[in-house]
Design a protein around this ligand. Structure first.
Ligand SMILES: *[C@@H]1O[C@H](CO)[C@@H](O)[C@H](O)[C@H]1NC(C)=O
Ligand SMILES: *[C@@H]1O[C@H](CO)[C@@H](O)[C@H](O)[C@H]1NC(C)=O
Length: 400
């Protein structure tokens, strides 16, 4: 598989072009590749050459067998050619010291901005070296000098026709991949790895974006494997192995009274292993707008704390949010062919808003047992309306 991939890519990127070169190897731009010297300038120069190449498609190559230290960098588009490759075969590492971000935006490490037709791939690794950031995070330990913001490893902003595949994305200081204001993206064959207790390390977070397909990924992180933000539609998620982590989450939506529009989100053929949540929708009180046309189908849960959960009272600090009238309207959510085990008795929780109930909820063939021996599972259900068909266990009291 990888061999064929390699052949195809060298044909595509190398051999076809005549005239000026369309392969830009960062070693030719002065990179040391020893993991110690700062190779940022080589990356910036190689990117500038790649992005302005008029023959191609051009490809920036990060070669195999070497480690490149890169400080926070913006790879700016638009580029001249309609398709641009970044072939990462080696390892790219972030500085391991938060001091390297002093005086600059601490939310960024590698940012790709306004590039159409970007294709990032290559079998290599992107390593955020987030350990020092996690230690000083306020998330689990609020102390003087702690920080809430840490660098996202890879941010795609305003990138259309994007492809990201065949990479390991490791130990991000915060979110591993952030997709923002982007249309038409295909993420596949990616492996995300960071410790289960690393704070805020979402696998992929999607915000203000449409037409995204994520498939065949392994996600082992300290936060949501995938999370979906306020203005997002037409998302397909397939064949994800999630865990450790917090599951696949729509939300949290509507923080601070914002208006949200989330629709057409479909998650299927995915497995959750020991995660805190599985299929989750969470909204803040006071939000407005809607989350609708959502489905979770053909998924397995193994020892998951809350396999199915809707929480319309989400609050980052329990009990610190005051009660409000407005709520994001949740409707047309399908749960079908879901099975597995729950760590806690409440395998299903539908905690919907009192003022704006959940409507058109559909359950079909859902079977969740306890992973703790002889305990039976239960469902909690309030302000939710809809129907349950097929075998449902535990029974959901508020659905007909
Ligand atoms: C769920 O687990 C069952 C039994 O292990 C397996 O047959 C099925 O293929 C799994 N489903 C998915 C979506 O992987
Ligand atoms: C539902 O939400 C209410 C309000 O925040 C909370 O008090 C209650 O514990 C929640 N119930 C469950 C089962 O999560």
């Amino acid at each position: 598989m990888m061999l064929i991939f390699g052949l195809v890519s060298s044909l595509e990127v190398g051999v076809v072009s005549a005239g000026p070169p369309s392969v830009f190897n960062i070693l030719d731009f002065g990179a040391a590749g020893d993991g110690v010297a700062d190779d940022t300038e080589a990356f910036s120069k190689a990117w500038a050459a790649t992005c302005k190449a008029s023959t191609g498609p051009p490809s920036m190559v990060v070669p195999k067998g070497k480690t490149f230290l890169v400080t926070p960098t913006i790879f700016q588009g638009p580029c001249k050619f309609h398709k641009v490759y970044i072939q990462i075969e080696g390892t790219v590492v972030a500085p391991n010291n938060p001091n390297k971000w002093s005086g600059i935006d601490a939310s960024l490490w590698l940012q790709f901005d306004s590039i159409s037709g970007l294709d990032v791939r290559g079998g290599g690794e992107i390593n955020g070296q987030g350990q020092s950031w996690w230690k000083q995070s306020c998330r689990y330990n609020s102390k003087p000098g702690c920080t809430w913001t840490a660098p996202t490893a890879i941010k795609f902003n305003n990138c259309h026709e994007l492809r990201v595949s065949n990479l390991r994305i490791v130990d991000s200081a915060q979110t591993h991949v952030l997709l923002i204001a982007s249309q038409t993206a295909h993420l596949f064959n990616l492996k995300f790895v960071s410790p289960g207790d690393s704070p805020n390390t979402d696998g992929v977070h999607i915000q203000n974006s449409q037409h995204v397909l994520i498939e065949d990924c392994t996600m082992q992180t300290g936060d949501d494997c995938i999370s979906i933000g306020d203005h997002v539609s037409d998302i397909q998620v397939k064949r994800i192995a999630c865990g450790p982590g917090h599951g696949i989450s729509i939300g949290s939506l509507g923080r601070g009274g914002t208006e949200v529009s989330v629709e057409d989100i479909h998650i299927s053929y995915s497995n959750f292993f020991g995660t805190t949540n599985g299929a989750r929708i969470k909204t803040w009180q006071g939000g407005r707008g809607f989350a609708r046309g959502i489905s979770f189908e053909h998924c397995n849960f193994t020892d998951v704390e809350n396999p199915i959960i809707i929480d319309q009272y989400y609050c980052d600090i329990r009990g610190k949010c005051k009660s409000e009238k407005n709520a994001v309207q949740i409707s047309d959510v399908t749960y079908a062919d879901l099975q597995g085990t729950s760590k806690y008795p409440f395998a299903i929780t539908l905690n919907c808003s009192e003022s704006v109930p959940c409507t058109s909820m559909k359950f079909n063939s859902v079977n969740l047992l306890s992973s703790r021996g002889n305990v039976d599972t239960k469902a909690f259900c309030i302000n939710a309306h809809g129907e349950a068909t097929g075998y449902i266990h535990p029974a959901i009291p508020c659905l007909g």
